[in-house]
Design a protein. Structure first.
Lengths: 256, 694
């Protein structure tokens, strides 16, 4: 059996100085995970977007005002994972082998305790059955099941891609997978290369090096949930303003 | 032996069984299964399972021609990603391209030719047979020829084989005009030369400094790989971008410097820079009329321009010196949002510092070989819509089969005669309520063979093919079929014959015989000299599988003389709205971009869900400006200009310029453009607006 030290801890570093807010990550995520187009009655609270690009500014008046975009997704909490600890159905699973916090929709009874517990507003409830324009359902990703009305869903670091990489490695007689074999759709699609993904437990990895840089930070770090999604920016105001934005919890006011 | 079962024993048995069954997996399995059954109702769409395969092709959504890889289940593409080694896009796709495989399912997809009534609000769409439509359009064309009225064909993607057939069609009519809707700033620059210099393009990758007037360089203009390339060059000190723009756009936020100027003062700012360049003898131009030009712009010293634009004089001087010193540099301007006067003023900067015909500046592309262009059939010269008198076009044909470039409706309306018709080749229904419109359905991306040429932002031109990966629905018409059949119906016989594939294969043969340029093979990620290929068929096969041919850059050659004095200084901008309680209304388009019919319905995931509902137009104001007017975030106001009025919802935004109201049209609502004053060339002017709370 592998020791704990050798187990991967998949994580992400998002360089906000490189993000131009194009929304590719949001769209690639929706394609990969079969998230349907917005329902006609959806609003900012009820719409489903596993990775949503938010905008935050330095709160200075014109012309000193500056803003950055930040993609917000499940922060993959590593310690006392709030959503997992409150779920009565064991529909949230923390994978000790990878550190990935996964949602199992078929177990979910839709109580939404996890949504209340999540400090990052990164969980979404299906208020409607998924619907695609006629014919578009034939273009769904066969590796990910669709979800029905009444269950919660969220980012799982494209777990289907990890499974596919593992299956490929198994066929080739390997136990481990290489870093390049598993990359979530958002990181793959980012045209500015702002999203780095990899094994945080591997001290030699790019993502591990970036996570330790002085300009890197995590959201609501004081809660002690040890998120595995890091952000970095050389602009000092970004850290404070992002946390302030989350604390307001007014999703209606967040201009995507 | 008598066996008596008492009531107590029955109860014991039932109770024991109930307790016992809890110790078995049965109830838990039943609970688990019922959860699964209730979440797999037949009306919940299920993905189609099957083996994955990957196909390589090129994106047709804009002239960037990005190479992409389609993951397919059977023949059905289920996701798209960039080809990382591709020289044009380096693996990057834009947000439209990444979901372009959904376009064929768009609810606005057109399945049959139709005629749309010219009256606004009248839902007069009538389906008709293609032959019937051709007869009606041919009659209008013949009517125009008989009465010496113009028939114009507008091409959003010049340089294709279809474009050359369009030129043949226009040449076959007494008053036929072939009009391109390419990068209008470059067209303006071309028109400043005494003779046409050839196809012009910006060489942004080799430029040391880019002075951008509102061009979304790091957002959605040209190749999506630019931001990554720029950030790399910036870290190495090899490229700088100065963004001159009223709003804090994404490009403005990432550029080395953002110079916020008042709306509509781009021309004045450019002339101010020109003034400094001439005054400080920083120019390298040898145009004959430079002294005359200096006199023309004498009214634009930095002190005056600073007042017009609302910026410091130092910004103007520093920008002029930096632009001149950091050669090769290039000035670019958003052709779709500015007047031709502003475009000419910015292009004059390129001429002044000797950036035209120079690597890293504005370069001249070589013509891509085309057997159609060299055939015995005459081709019409290229015209611009500006050069055509107002209300003189009886029939206007627009090729909208490939998206990416279009002309504003205001300009089209101005050029048509009272009984003018518009014939559009498009995959989607696009209603233009000012004239009778015929719409012919064309295939969308991935359904048909398409040719991609151009690259207005690269050192040399390129050619790619987009291969059909999925079958096209019945009744679709491609641009080559369209013009050949219309020519036949209208009696225009000087158009080359052959199917799309035959004509494109002939072009491959012509390119191959030139033996110039290089070829990228997407299958192995290698780029090699074209002359290394063994046959035109090999070239075809490489391009058909996501490859790309790149022409060799034009060697430096002497350019025709240029006339700087063609820049007009007439419409000097007034800087402050004359009356109190008035702001400058700035129409914006960004908020409606994901409602465009040319993009996947999944684009609704980007932005706010509330923006998808017909909630009225939104107007963004500086927080202090809103406070001064007594307005709060979310309140409703009436926007009143000389052209009309409209209700809007207020958004207070600290990044906004004071006294400016940036307005975004809402879905299915009155367009904000209807409130704006228009320039002669149909570009919009910032318009004084009164805002009152309702």
């Amino acid at each position: 059996m592998e020791s704990n030290e050798k187990k991967p801890r998949y994580g992400m570093v998002i360089d906000l100085d490189r993000c131009n807010g194009c929304g590719n990550c949001t769209l690639a995520c929706a394609v990969e995970n079969n998230v349907p187009p917005a329902h006609e009655n959806a609003n900012e609270r009820t719409g489903i977007t596993w990775m949503r690009v938010q905008k935050v500014d330095n709160n200075r008046p014109y012309p000193e005002n500056r803003s950055v975009y930040f993609p917000l997704t499940c922060q993959q909490c590593d310690h006392h994972t709030p959503c997992e600890s409150v779920c009565p159905q064991k529909a949230v699973e923390y994978d000790t082998e990878t550190g990935i916090v996964a949602q199992i929709p078929v177990r979910c009874l839709g109580c939404r305790y996890c949504m209340t517990a999540c400090p990052y507003h990164a969980r979404y409830f299906n208020w409607w059955d998924p619907e695609w324009p006629k014919g578009m359902e034939t273009a769904l990703n066969p590796d990910v099941s669709t979800r029905m009305r009444g269950v919660v869903e969220k980012c799982n670091f494209c777990h289907g891609r990890l499974q596919a990489a593992r299956a490929k490695a198994a066929v080739e007689g390997r136990r481990a997978i290489a870093d390049a074999e598993y990359i979530p759709a958002c990181a793959e699609s980012c045209p500015t290369k702002a999203i780095y993904f990899g094994n945080l437990a591997d001290a030699g990895s790019e993502v591990s090096r970036l996570a330790k840089e002085k300009n890197s930070f995590r959201l609501l770090e004081q809660l002690g949930t040890e998120p595995k999604v890091y952000f970095r920016s050389e602009q000092s105001w970004v850290h404070e303003q992002m946390n302030a934005k989350l604390k307001t919890a007014e999703k209606e006011k967040i201009h995507g | 032996m008598e066996m008596n079962i008492t009531r107590r024993e029955i109860l014991r048995f039932v109770g024991g069984s109930a307790l016992g069954i809890l110790l078995t997996p049965v109830p838990w399995k039943a609970l688990d299964d019922s959860a699964i059954w209730t979440q797999n109702w037949p009306w919940i769409p299920e993905p189609v399972r099957g083996e994955s395969s990957y196909k390589l092709t090129s994106c047709t959504l804009c002239s960037a021609s990005c190479g992409l890889r389609a993951r397919c289940i059977g023949n059905q593409p289920v996701s798209l990603s960039g080809i990382s080694a591709h020289p044009l896009n380096s693996g990057a796709l834009c947000s439209f391209g990444i979901i372009a495989h959904h376009l064929r399912y768009h609810p606005a997809r057109l399945s049959r030719p139709c005629r749309i009534s010219g009256k606004a609000g009248a839902s007069g769409s009538t389906a008709m047979a293609f032959d019937e439509l051709l007869l009606e359009v041919a009659a209008a064309i013949n009517d125009a020829s008989a009465s010496s009225q113009t028939v114009a064909i507008v091409d959003g993607r010049p340089g294709r084989t279809a474009s050359h057939l369009f030129q043949q069609f226009a040449a076959g009519l007494p008053n036929g005009k072939y009009i391109t809707a390419g990068e209008s700033s470059l067209e303006i620059l071309g028109s400043m030369f005494e003779k046409p210099p050839g196809p012009l393009a910006y060489d942004l990758d080799n430029s040391k400094m880019i002075l951008s007037f509102g061009v979304p360089l790091l957002d959605r203009w040209g190749t999506p790989a630019r931001t990554a390339r720029y950030l790399q060059k910036k870290s190495e000190g090899k490229q700088r971008i100065i963004q001159v723009e009223t709003l804090q756009s994404r490009t403005a936020g990432m550029a080395d410097r953002w110079i916020p100027i008042r709306p509509g003062t781009e021309a004045a700012f450019a002339l101010g820079i020109a003034h400094v360049i001439l005054k400080d003898k920083l120019f390298r131009d040898a145009s004959k009329d430079i002294a005359e030009f200096e006199t023309m712009i004498a009214a634009y010293p930095p002190s005056a321009v600073a007042e017009i634009c609302g910026v410091s004089q130092d910004f103007i001087r520093d920008t002029a010196r930096e632009f001149s010193a950091n050669r090769p540099s290039v000035a670019v301007i958003d052709g779709s949002a500015n007047s031709r006067h502003a475009l000419a003023a910015v292009m004059a900067l390129n001429i002044l510092v000797g950036n035209v015909g120079r690597k890293g500046g504005v370069v001249v592309h070589r013509e891509i070989p085309s057997p159609v262009a060299l055939s015995k059939n005459k081709m019409s010269p290229i015209s611009t819509l500006d050069a055509i008198p107002d209300h003189s076009i009886r029939a206007m044909l627009i090729d909208e089969s490939l998206s990416g470039s279009s002309l504003p409706d205001g300009l089209l309306q101005k050029k048509l005669t009272g009984n003018g018709i518009l014939v559009s080749l498009s995959p989607f229904v696009t209603e233009r309520p000012f004239c009778t419109q015929y719409v012919i359905p064309s295939p969308v991306f991935l359904e048909s063979l398409a040719e991609l040429t151009g690259q207005a932002d690269r050192e040399s031109s390129s050619l790619s093919l987009s291969a059909p990966l999925v079958p096209e629905p019945a009744g679709m018409v491609d641009p080559i079929q369209f013009i050949q059949r219309l020519g036949s119906a209208a009696g225009v016989m000087n158009i080359d014959s052959g199917t799309t594939e035959e004509l494109l294969k002939k072009r491959m043969t012509a390119i191959y015989s030139e033996k110039r340029g290089s070829i990228f093979n997407a299958s192995n990620g290698q780029t090699s000299e074209l002359k290394g290929l063994t046959s035109p068929d090999e070239l075809w096969n490489v391009l058909f599988a996501g490859g790309c041919w790149m022409d060799s850059p034009e060697t430096v050659r002497s350019l025709p003389a240029v006339r700087l004095t063609s820049v007009s200084t007439a419409d000097r901008i007034k800087n402050i709205p004359p009356e109190s309680n008035q702001l400058l209304l700035l129409p914006c388009a960004e908020d409606v971009i994901y409602r465009n019919s040319e993009i996947s319905p999944l684009m609704s995931k980007v932005g706010q869900e509330s923006g998808l509902r017909p909630s009225g137009c939104k107007v963004y104001l500086q927080t202090a400006t809103g406070d001064a007017l007594g307005l709060t975030d979310g309140c409703r106001v009436m926007l009143q200009t000389k052209k009309g009025s409209m209700q809007a919802e207020v958004r207070l935004d600290p990044s906004m310029m004071p006294d400016v109201a940036a307005a975004y049209s809402a879905l299915n609502q009155q367009n904000i453009i209807s409130l704006c004053e228009m320039n002669q060339d149909a570009s919009l002017q910032p318009t004084p607006v009164k805002i009152q709370k309702v």
